[in-house]
Design a protein around this ligand. Structure first.
Ligand SMILES: NC(=O)c1ccc[n+]([C@@H]2O[C@H](COP(=O)([O-])OP(=O)(O)OC[C@H]3O[C@@H](n4cnc5c(N)ncnc54)[C@H](OP(=O)(O)O)[C@@H]3O)[C@@H](O)[C@H]2O)c1
Length: 334
């Protein structure tokens, strides 16, 4: 089978499509024939081995053999299952995320997959995994949960005010829609060319960061979900309500410890404030994947696809994502 690997740290040019041994599903694992995947910033951080702290996990001078196969998001068809797997059978169409997703087949722990909704195309399903779960978990971390509903069926009128910075990217396009599904009043920050897109996704207000300094001119928010990594905590504190929460998810492009520097600083700042400053790492959670699949199945949530690349153009796809201005998801088809 073919797989995309990187045996050395570097840019998209070090990626190679090679023949690799077909893996076998181990205990609790599912073997999936991959139809589509996508590119996440995580992929090119791992590819470049930057911030350098990444290399503690992946290998100091070069990626360890076990970490050379690239790709996280997966949409595909179950080809075989370990006998201990109960939720899936051969032939099921699934989506989720794992390791080595830019390979013809990959093994995924059962918990990292859910059934793909029948009406969702494989191409769209390939863009769900990391970005959608990050959006859902980040908003929950910021205190958003199911909207209160009165006995009349009306949604509780005090809608939390949420600001999403980086609203037109992979995570942001999901976050705008999910925040609306969770009952928030959403203000979306993006550049001029994407204002219409985020309004179409349901944002109540849109802000063009190329003409408006968001940390100066806006009202206060209960939750600021920061996905661009371009603004400092102190600046964002100005637009938080007195008990509001900042969830910092966007990674400043640091060489050494980058986004991993943030959690400690945010935790310290929180100790001296009524506001909450926090960051998080998205994690595998089957219930969250089920929730996303349910929304995708009814059409309440949709995948915004920027561009679709065949796998032999994987280097171009990564370059596109690394440019930092994707409009929704950059998809790879296999
Ligand atoms: N903590 C975690 O577990 C986790 C998981 C996934 C992702 N992340 C991080 O979350 C961030 C977003 O990921 P993603 O997949 O959405 O990235 P992406 O698809 O590359 O999107 C980046 C977005 O940022 C916007 N942007 C760039 N400069 C901006 C600025 N100055 N102000 C406002 N928006 C700006 C871009 O919009 P324009 O084109 O309009 O500029 C683009 O839509 C990344 O830093 C990623 O590393 C963290």
């Amino acid at each position: 089978m073919k797989s995309v690997i990187a045996t050395t740290y570097g840019g998209p040019e070090v990626l190679r499509v090679v023949d690799a041994p077909t893996p076998v599903a181990g205990e609790g694992q599912v073997l999936v024939r991959v139809a589509a995947s996508s590119v996440n910033p995580l992929d090119w951080h791992e590819l470049r081995g930057k911030p350098y702290l990444v290399r503690i996990m992946r290998g100091l001078r070069a990626p360890k053999t076990s970490g050379q196969a690239m790709g996280s998001d997966v949409a595909g068809v179950v080809e075989s299952v370990d006998p201990g797997v109960t939720r899936f059978a051969v032939g099921d169409e699934v989506l989720g995320f794992g390791k080595a997703a830019w390979s013809d087949v990959m093994v995924v722990g059962e918990a990292g997959l859910v059934r793909k909704p029948a009406d969702l195309s494989m191409t769209d399903a390939g863009g769900v995994g990391v970005a959608a779960i990050t959006a859902l978990q980040g908003l929950r971390k910021g205190g958003l949960s199911e909207p209160l509903t009165w006995s009349t069926g009306e949604v509780e009128p005090m809608r939390p005010r949420v600001l999403i910075i980086g609203a037109s990217g992979g995570v942001g396009t999901f976050a705008v829609q999910i925040a609306k599904l969770l009952g928030a009043h959403v203000t979306a920050v993006t550049s001029t060319r994407n204002l219409e897109l985020v309004a179409r996704l349901g944002a109540d207000d849109v802000v063009d960061y190329t003409t408006t300094e968001v940390t100066q001119q806006l009202p206060r928010f209960d939750l600021v979900f920061e996905l661009a990594g371009t603004r400092r905590r102190r600046e964002l504190a100005r637009i938080l309500s007195p008990t509001g929460t900042l969830v910092a998810c966007g990674a400043p492009r640091g060489q050494w410890i980058g986004p991993l520097a943030a959690p400690a600083a945010l935790a310290i700042a929180s100790r001296f404030s009524k506001r909450t400053y926090t960051s998080f790492l998205a994690k595998r959670d089957t219930d969250d994947l089920q929730q996303l699949a349910a929304w995708l199945g009814t059409g309440a949530l949709r995948v915004v696809v920027d561009e679709v690349y065949p796998r032999d153009r994987v280097a171009e796809a990564v370059e596109h994502s690394e440019g930092g201005h994707a409009r929704g998801k950059v998809i790879l088809t296999l």
